[in-house]
Ligand binder design. Structure first.
Ligand code: NAD
Length: 351
């Protein structure tokens, strides 16, 4: 066995009800005194709670999914003008994404307070959209210095969003098993993450504001993001990147829908990963376990319900082919990718 694994350096605080004290402690630890708060208007009550008592000199509310460049430019300019010395983000992946865009050019440290299971807070991956083209990259400067996880902040997340976002986290686990920099250390994070999500998400679906389920799912989502951060984007992420960037499909729901089809394509040629994933699900097969979970969660079923047109499939196939990892366990062809996307579009039972 040979591999090179790099761990990202980040402080992680985990504690239900601890977001306010934890965020203050992390801001003080950075010696910061001029806080830029990034939080969308829908999450402003959570942001008020988390930042009470903090020296907020700038509150930025313009948060847009996939971080349009002009939105990033406005936030960057505001940060410079106000002379802030730390960015505190309170929200889902879109909010964390904007904080990262600010850090990219200003090198400001970020304290991230996540309110979904997206996991962006634990990766050094940034994303920006310019003229409908989404670009992503990796830069250590955008990795939040500290993450403050507080399950109570996710009690208000609507159940459909919890399910989609939780399956987005699970997709990080599954795709990490065969992504370009997959290694045995990532696999430990990915499999323990899958185990925790498989146990936690059904509890959340049953009782969306119940803390034991949210805590398990949030823990799983963090491990998932750590695995993804190190393993990189596998085929699943490349497909979702195209569907989200070019066809504007909703991020988390797209991940939730596409995942079983990629697992179905790859599992036969990645038997060891599939066996270990099945164990994490407590099921006979990996795909069987994933489908059982998706049924319990009433997960979204078909890409046609998310806004993709059947006539979009050929263009999507060409875009994915151009970026599909050559190391994918099942070599990607125009034919198997077309079949995969068509099955996901219809929502037929994956094989
Ligand atoms: P999001 O951040 O867009 O949030 C979705 C919706 O949920 C918003 O309307 C928001 O207001 C609402 N919401 C969030 N938290 C809530 C709460 N606790 N209670 C009630 N409502 C709440 O969605 P997301 O799925 O978290 O993030 C998606 C974005 O993150 C995409 O742009 C994706 O590309 C990016 N992402 C990046 C990475 C990375 O590593 N860079 C990883 C995952 C996702």
């Amino acid at each position: 066995v040979q591999f090179v694994h790099e761990s990202l350096s980040q402080r992680v605080r985990f504690g239900t009800g601890g977001a306010t004290a934890g965020t203050r402690a992390e801001v003080e630890r950075l010696g910061a005194a001029r806080v830029m708060l990034i939080a969308g208007p829908a999450d402003s009550h959570l942001a008020d709670l988390v930042t009470s008592g903090l020296p907020v000199v700038l509150r930025h509310e313009e948060v847009v999914m996939h971080v349009p460049l002009e939105v990033a430019e406005r936030a960057r300019a505001a940060a410079v003008t106000r002379g802030v010395d730390v960015v505190v983000s309170v929200g889902g992946g879109s909010t964390t994404g904007l904080a990262k865009a600010v850090a990219m050019t200003t090198r400001l440290p970020i304290v991230a307070v996540p309110t979904t299971y997206a996991g962006s807070e634990a990766t050094a991956v940034w994303g920006l959209t310019d003229a409908n083209r989404k670009t992503t990259g990796v830069d250590p400067v955008v990795l939040p210095r500290a993450v403050v996880y507080d399950a109570s902040l996710l009690r208000s997340l609507p159940v459909e969003l919890s399910v989609a976002s939780g399956l987005n986290a699970l997709a990080h686990c599954v795709d990490s098993l065969w992504a370009p920099q997959a290694d045995p250390i990532n696999a430990v994070f990915a499999l323990e993450g899958a185990r925790a999500l498989n146990k936690g998400l059904p509890l959340v679906a049953k009782d969306p504001s119940g803390l034991p389920g949210i805590e398990l799912a949030l823990y799983g989502a963090h491990l998932a993001a750590r695995a993804f951060a190190s393993a990189g984007s596998g085929l699943h992420h490349k497909i979702c990147h195209v569907l989200g960037g070019r066809f504007d499909l909703p991020h988390a729901q797209t991940h939730a829908t596409v995942l079983p089809y990629v697992l179905g394509l790859n599992a036969p040629n990645a038997p060891e990963s599939a066996t270990r994933l099945a164990e994490a699900f407590g099921a006979e097969t990996a795909l069987g376990g994933l489908q059982q979970l998706r049924r319990k969660l009433r997960a979204p079923l078909a890409l046609r319900d998310l806004g993709l047109q059947e006539s979009d499939i050929p263009a999507a196939v060409e875009d994915v082919l151009a970026i599909a990892p050559t190391s994918n366990p099942t070599p990607v062809t125009r034919q198997n990718l077309t079949a995969l996307l068509h099955a996901a579009w219809v929502g037929e039972e994956p094989r």
